[in-house]
Design a binder for this molecule. Sequence first.
Ligand code: ADP
Ligand code: MG
Length: 238
Amino acid sequence: MLDPLGADTQGAAIISVRDVEKTYGSGAGRFDALRGVSLDIREGESLAIVGKSGSGKSTLMHVLALLDEPTAGTVLLDRRNAKELRSSELNRARNKTFGFVFQQFFLTPTQTVLENVMLPLTIAGMPNRARRAQAMAALEQLELADKAKNKATDLSGGQKQRVVIARALVNHPRIIFADEPTGNLDTATGRTVEDILFTLNREQGITLVIVTHDDDLAARCDRRIQIQDGRILEEATR
Ligand SMILES: Nc1ncnc2c1ncn2[C@@H]1O[C@H](COP(=O)(O)OP(=O)(O)O)[C@@H](O)[C@H]1O
Ligand SMILES: [Mg+2]
């Protein structure tokens, strides 16, 4: 984004990847899911990652979010090589710097909504009373305070996705990574969830990285990169 004087209003790169490759398996089962990807994620931006199923979007997201190590190439977090970070620093980044809205990190059905949202704070070792208060504040922000005591299963799809967003933002992350955040929702509910994400981006400056098949959602992002066969095919800026 450019301000009226033409200066870049968005900040420095939080995460940079350079020449990243990711190979799964070996021998006849070998598959090159990423084949040399370089990309910067800048503070405050919203970035869409689009492409066909199997093109490597989720693999790239996992590498960017330090959940998976690339086979080759470099990942920098605040200009520091991720390989040189201690495991405590990596865990802190995953738990505090990043929030996740991933289908495979879904809610624990037997726990209450509040317990699900408190999880990142529990992992961070926050005392019980403080984490309850902070989790309730996140639920209030998502207009879910009245569901705090419900079991996570007793919610609609849109409510569940809002709980996932509450859990993603409970630690005040700098980046939210979302993998198909509206994939399982009807159009109207999906738009509500999108609006929540873009409001967080605009009002709190939380950086968004969103994998999506939805062209309308991608078009709302500042920047779109298209992945094909593990490479960046095209980049578009709004
Ligand atoms: N753990 C894994 N082991 C082997 N192959 C994998 C694994 N994860 C993903 N792949 C393969 O890598 C390719 C890219 O997967 P993925 O990044 O999930 O694609 P997308 O999110 O774009 O649909 C796919 O062909 C997929 O089958
Ligand atoms: Mg995927």
